[in-house]
Design a protein around this ligand. Structure first.
Ligand SMILES: *Cc1c(COP(=O)(O)O)cnc(C)c1O
Length: 336
């Protein structure tokens, strides 16, 4: 498969904006090239448009080359770029597997890309696929259901699908299933999305990651705004990856709390079913989701009501919190 044949014609021929920091990125003593305020302090300079230092660190964290990475303003920027690079508005379509993350559909609508919905099966796995599209989003572990998609099923899909396949691994660090990052060299149409927002614990800095072959990443770089990741975010991202001990411990702790919650919530009379989770949340089927949601709010606990979502009747999505927060949740749930 040739990636360039999937790219929109106007993007193929686009001459990207060349910023001051693109044209000169070496060492110098005096920068008079970008109209910054040279009298100012720490953040007076535009940031590195390609985030080279941060990418080195992210690349070694993930086990890929820096050239195989795109960093953006959350995964949301990568999702939007996938549409803008590959999908001709009013013409191309995207294949989605609901119930799944809402941004894929919202971003499709913003970009005027037709959505083909093929619902997941009853146990939240990929259905038999009979649709062609330019782009498809798989989410594993899936939000809001929490389960992994079967690895063999995803690989088969990536092999057979005639377009770009984005596999959203926002929750992969909480899963026992290995990442598909190891497959990016084998499948040029595969883009893996990860994020600093979940296991890495940095939702506030807005830092999303797309991992793919270098040719595809270069199209992202061509289309993205020149300074899409701020200096503050680049700094905080680098700091976050310095403490791998903390990262491993926090993931282990959250997985333990997740399993404890299965036992504790499972013994609450109001709980009908807890779906298997490879993420840091549970999809929980309760007797009367709206009522339970309201009761929890009254007690100061906010969960996500997913009862209006396909295949999620009477379901709440509950994030694993601190041990104390989890205990308070369980205490209230036990009384309902
Ligand atoms: C939380 C989440 C993200 C993260 O999005 P950011 O923009 O990086 O914060 C991405 N995908 C899914 C499925 C999520 O649940």
């Amino acid at each position: 498969m040739k990636i360039s044949e999937l790219v929109r014609k106007n993007i193929l021929s686009l001459k990207p904006y060349a910023s001051a920091r693109d044209e000169f990125s070496g060492e110098a003593d005096i920068f008079l090239d970008a109209n910054e305020n040279s009298l100012a302090g720490k953040y007076k300079r535009y940031p590195d448009p390609l985030q080279r230092d941060l990418k080195k660190s992210v690349a070694s964290f993930i086990g890929v080359k820096p050239e195989q990475l795109f960093l953006g303003n959350g995964s949301d920027e990568a999702i939007d770029l996938l549409y803008r690079v590959f999908c001709e508005p009013g013409q191309d379509s995207v294949l989605l597997f609901p119930p799944t993350y809402g941004m894929y559909a919202v971003s499709a609508e913003i970009n005027n890309v037709r959505i083909i919905n093929q619902p997941l099966t009853e146990n939240f796995q990929l259905p038999a696929i009979n649709s062609k599209a330019k782009l498809a989003f798989l989410c594993s572990p899936n939000n809001p259901t929490g389960n992994d998609l079967s690895r063999d099923g995803m690989i088969k899909f990536i092999r057979e699908f005639p377009g770009i396949v984005a596999v959203d691994e926002a929750y992969i660090h909480f899963s026992d299933q290995p990442s598909l990052v190891s497959e990016i060299e084998k499948y040029p149409n595969l883009v893996v999305l990860q994020t600093f927002s979940k296991a890495i614990g940095m939702a506030g800095i807005r830092l999303g990651i797309a991992i793919a072959n270098e040719e595809l990443i270069n199209f992202f770089n061509k289309v993205k705004p020149p300074y899409n990741v701020s200096a503050l975010t680049q700094e905080a991202g680098l700091t976050a990856l310095q403490d791998m001990g903390w990262f491993r411990n926090t993931v282990k702790d959250i997985k333990e709390s997740r399993e404890l919650l299965v036992k504790q919530l499972g013994s609450c009379p109001v709980v009908e079913q807890i779906y298997p989770s490879s993420a840091n949340f549970h999809l929980v089927k309760v007797k009367g989701a709206k009522k339970v949601y309201k009761k929890l709010i009254e007690e100061g606990i906010v969960v996500r009501d997913r009862s209006g979502v396909l295949l999620c009747d009477e379901c709440l999505r509950i994030t694993v919190g601190t041990p104390k927060e989890n205990q308070l949740l369980v205490n209230i749930m036990a009384q309902i």
